[in-house]
Design a binder for this molecule. Structure first.
Ligand SMILES: CC(C)(COP(=O)(O)OP(=O)(O)OC[C@H]1O[C@@H](n2cnc3c(N)ncnc32)[C@H](O)[C@@H]1OP(=O)(O)O)[C@@H](O)C(=O)NCCC(=O)NCCS
Length: 152
């Protein structure tokens, strides 16, 4: 699969929300559309909205990272979604790695930091990628964290 991972623009918001709805269920569309509409680039720690696109511009994957209220060196991961027809080809992994690297370079000056997320049913996916389950949220979903070491 030939794709690029880019910062989502305002034109990508609808397509990104569609991918989230396809991957997670139609009821997620409105919430995803609001979240991917967040482009507060004049704040010190803006959300990072990424989309994976095929050569013809079709959006096939999404991820978002937002600042957590815990500290600037802790960011949340959300909306990691791949179009069902393009899953199990390495795109989900690539989006997660790209997002982690981008945030480390952009916000932590390549120093250490942490990512947190809550997952409904993909704990296995994140465990294999260095995340650890540290608690459950109010509805019993795993709360996971990954500490990123400073780049040398
Ligand atoms: C979770 C999700 C984003 C993963 O996306 P993906 O593109 O399928 O992810 P990857 O292809 O990188 O990895 C998935 C599996 O496919 C395997 N895989 C990767 N490339 C492969 C290939 N060429 N052939 C066969 N399998 C492959 C990976 O090894 C991985 O298995 P593992 O987790 O046991 O290691 C996707 O399943 C999804 O959108 N799910 C619904 C939304 C969701 O639940 N998101 C998480 C919210 S917290």
């Amino acid at each position: 699969m030939d794709y690029t991972i880019d910062i989502a623009t305002a034109e990508d918001v609808d397509a990104a929300a569609n991918i989230c709805a396809l991957a997670l269920g139609k009821d997620q569309y409105d919430c995803a559309k609001i979240d991917f509409g967040l482009h507060l680039t004049d704040t010190p720690y803006p959300p990072v909205n990424l989309v994976a696109k095929l050569k013809d511009g079709t959006v096939v994957g999404t991820i978002q990272s937002v600042i957590s209220y815990i500290a600037p060196k802790v960011r949340g991961i959300a909306w990691l979604c791949v179009h069902p027809d393009y899953q199990r080809q390495g795109l989900g992994n690539a989006l997660l790695q790209h997002c982690e690297n981008y945030c480390q370079e952009q916000f932590w000056n390549n120093g250490e930091g942490s990512f947190v997320l809550v997952t409904k049913n993909r704990e296995d996916f994140y465990l294999k990628r260095g995340y650890k389950t540290i608690a459950s949220d109010h509805s019993g979903k795993p709360l996971m964290i990954k500490k990123i070491l400073a780049k040398k």
